[in-house]
Design a protein around this ligand. Sequence first.
Ligand SMILES: *Cc1c(COP(=O)(O)O)cnc(C)c1O
Length: 378
Amino acid sequence: MRDKIWLSSPHMGGAEQKFVQQAFDANWVAPLGPNVNGFEEDLKVYLGEEVHVGALSSGTAALHLGLVLLGVQAGDEVICQTMTFSASANPIRYLGAIPVFVDSEETTWNLCPIALEEAITDRIAKGIKPKAIIAVHLYGMPYQVDEVHAVANKYNIPILEDSAEALGSTYKGKKCGTFGAIAALSFNGNKIITTSGGGALVAHTQEVKDRAVFLSTQARDAAPHYQHSEIGYNYRMSNICAGIGRGQMEVLDKHIGYRRNMHDFYINLFAEIPGVTVFKESSGDYFSNHWLSAITINAEEANGKTAEGLRLHLEQVNIESRPLWKPMHLQPVFAEFPYYGRTVAKDLFETGLCLPSGSNLNDSDRKHIAEHVHQFFK
Ligand SMILES: *Cc1c(COP(=O)(O)O)cnc(C)c1O
């Protein structure tokens, strides 16, 4: 049998081992060093705005520290896009705060500005003003930045931008990761670039970045002994991992090109198949890195074919595909928390599928995928 075709697997560019070797040669085998500083600088230059980047151990750590920096405390309420990976919402609970989940809209699959405003006004009417809003660029697709930020600004609530899936995506020419009061990036193994595991916090002032780094290194006061005036975390990125990141930055835009080619491949593949819609940018304002290509299937129009049917069919021939993120308000662990909106996220979950999207897939992989997709729908 041929090798498994993965949804999204690591794809090295070539220079990663050189940076890792440099770390070994200089004995910077620690959670600080030239690669950490270099990787932060690379990200700052890439994001192309006046931002300050702190490299951390994961995207989850960046979201957790982001909430801490926005002043979220136990008992506070934090609005979170319901359709996302659990890592967007878990840090709210780490802090003992209350998640309030909000539905998606149909064009970007991200935070619905109308449901967002309903949630904010209702929470305020109930006596608690939400402390922060977590907005996500799912699968690399920018959320409706102007509309969502207009609502947030109207009520003066900061946005924590979860850009874990959207490094290299832009909205109106501006990079994702630069819109929120604070943003989080992820370099997990399946993301657009990887450090094997890692993340970054994007801030708009040196002061906020420094504070994030301080908290991520156990909040040590300036003293010869170990002295602490606040609770710290062990969230800094390793200099070894950062070396991988520096190598990956050299190929990021090339790999985004490959992912976008995969997306074009699916647009063509499904053009003639009734009932299947490929998730795509709704206008020229949106540029997705197409981290994952996804489809929805209308079973009625597709002669009874379903997303789950396609998933099982592909699994049999060693092609990985996966349902869309299951909304957080439908997860057992978050069932007790408030939810605002309709059934957009739920309907997407029930009809959608993510398809192999890696930058390292080749013509033979695409041929194999096309063959079995055709077989399933015939
Ligand atoms: C991957 C991901 C995260 C978490 O990042 P890690 O680096 O895996 O901790 C957070 N939010 C979203 C939307 C993600 O896809």
